[in-house]
Design a protein around this ligand. Structure first.
Ligand code: GLU
Length: 496
């Protein structure tokens, strides 16, 4: 007998931005499929019409692509198991509901929201598990008609019998739930729209999903879903519930912990390979403890059982650190290309720098780039229009010692080369590098003013960059024209 084909799915609800926790679920499914040579599909769970939007769906798919996750079937990739949007599969759910009605596995429930709220409150007050207690379970035809005549629209509820529901989870081992703790749950709402638990079972069955890999917050849903598999005569897939992403306080990762959507990290200039690497390896033990691992290596070494049973703590600082590591490892030209969208969105025309100069600037600042978006602030140093002196620097520049150093520097610059040249006067960017001539220049100023160390460098840094911290001064000097160096020193000297 041949083993059934591996088919897994990511089934997002497009009701918001893609949360990193959900992206991690998508990743596990995708990696698992790629590792086993199976199929990975994306199914859009858009039955919540009020909260679903086309824009969320488009962003979500775009974010998956950005992360490098491709799908074999799904939106834009029609396959034999489509359609891949639940809103386009309503007839299928209706057919399955018909079967359950015919077999008396479901019943119409006419309870109003108010009645259900009261029941819930009563159970909570009696310290019992809130669930539907089956008021409409045994209504006869006449009673049903009476309630319908009052204008009540029924939902369809599944009859849950007492007894254990057990299954083996690939990550968590044996699991068991009690039927009477679940209560008769809704499978189709009064507007004919299926509930999540119902639609997901019908879809996973007809799409021949072999493994359902999702967060452990779905464990109790799995118990309800297994009852539906049984009632419909479908054989269930293998389940694997992975641990959730947690914040540093070990609570489920949410907005109050900071950025949580893929889009936010993307906007801030986190590299997709860094997010992928972090999400896949966090809390898992198949990465052999290494920090920098490529998607190919992750796919190769992946083991679902080793994705970790404890929650995985998402540490933004570590993500930023790793991003910096990856940025420093990129080829200069590739890094420059990836920075261009961020340069544009910071309001610069990247062509105004010229490609060679831009690459030299990137080479000079790449060590100070935890994220790609940080390029915006760093470019200010290299743009005469954006150059400004911050308060800290201005304070220092007002001191007499600082003025003495700058007057000396100004003298040297004034005697120097043509304005408009790319290298600073007396500081040629020769093949031996710029440090030597820069050091000579500093030495000269030091000798004439008697200033050394910070007393010498800080005023120069403050005047030339407008700030007290940042990239090495020699590299900045080599990237500014004599004219712009002169203008900056003039401005600094003019501070009263
Ligand atoms: N639409 C569900 C969610 O986003 C899918 C859960 C599942 O994988 O079954 O949570």
């Amino acid at each position: 007998m041949t083993a059934p084909r591996i088919r897994v799915r990511f089934a997002p609800s497009p009701t918001g931005e893609l949360h990193v926790g959900n992206a991690r679920t998508a990743l596990f499914n995708w990696i698992f499929a790629r590792h086993c040579g199976g199929a990975f599909l994306v199914r859009i769970e858009d039955t919540d019409r009020a909260r679903t939007t086309g824009a969320f769906e488009a962003n979500l798919l775009d974010d998956l692509k950005w992360l490098g996750i491709d799908w074999d079937e799904g939106p834009g990739m029609d396959g034999p198991y489509g359609p891949y949007r639940q809103s386009e599969r309503i007839d299928l759910y209706r057919d399955c509901l018909g079967r359950l009605i015919a077999e008396d596995r479901v019943y119409p429930c006419y309870c109003t929201e108010g009645e259900l709220d009261a029941e819930r409150a009563d159970l909570v007050a009696r310290r019992m598990m809130p669930r539907y207690m089956g008021r409409c379970r045994r209504l006869n035809e006449a009673q049903r008609r009476g309630l319908a005549d009052e204008g009540r629209l029924p939902v369809w509820r599944f009859r849950v019998d007492a007894g254990a529901i057990a299954f083996d989870d690939l990550i968590r081992g044996s699991m068991a739930f009690q039927g009477d703790a679940i209560g008769d749950f809704i499978i189709v709402r009064s507007n004919g729209i299926p509930s999540y638990n119902f639609a997901v079972v019908v879809d996973d069955h007809f799409m021949e999903i072999s493994h359902v890999i999702r967060g452990e917050d779905h464990l109790s849903n799995t118990a309800a879903q297994l009852l539906l598999y049984r009632a419909l005569g479908f054989s269930p897939p293998v389940f694997a519930h992975h641990a959730l992403l947690l914040g540093k306080d070990r609570a489920k990762l949410s907005k109050r912990h900071g950025a949580v959507s893929v889009r936010e990290f993307r906007r801030r200039g986190i590299l997709p390979e860094v997010l992928l690497n972090t999400l896949a390896l966090l809390g898992s033990s198949f990465g052999s403890g290494r920090e920098v691992v490529s998607a190919g290596e992750i796919v190769e070494g992946f083991a679902l059982e080793r994705t970790g049973r404890g929650g995985a703590v998402f540490d933004e600082e570590k993500l930023l650190w790793l991003n910096g590591v990856y940025i420093r490892r990129l080829e200069l030209a590739a890094l420059t290309d990836r920075l261009i969208p961020f340069i544009l969105s910071a309001g610069y025309d990247e062509r105004s720098f010229g490609r060679d100069r831009l690459e030299s600037i990137v080479a000079a600042v790449r060590d100070s780039l935890p994220t790609l978006a940080d390029i915006g602030g760093l470019l200010e140093i290299f743009s005469d229009e954006r150059y400004r002196i911050d308060e800290e620097a201005a304070l220092l520049l007002r001191e007499d010692d600082a003025k003495a150093v700058l007057s000396e520097l100004y003298g040297v610059l004034d005697r120097g080369g043509d304005p408009g040249e790319t290298a600073a006067p007396g500081v040629p960017a020769d093949a031996a590098g710029i440090s030597e001539p820069f050091a000579a220049l500093m030495k000269r100023i030091s000798e004439r003013t008697g200033m050394r160390g910070k007393k010498l460098y800080l005023p120069i840094r403050a005047a030339v960059t407008g700030r007290l911290h940042g990239t090495e001064l020699d590299r900045i000097f080599a990237l500014l024209s004599p004219a712009s160096l002169r203008k900056r020193v003039e401005k600094a000297l003019a501070l009263a």
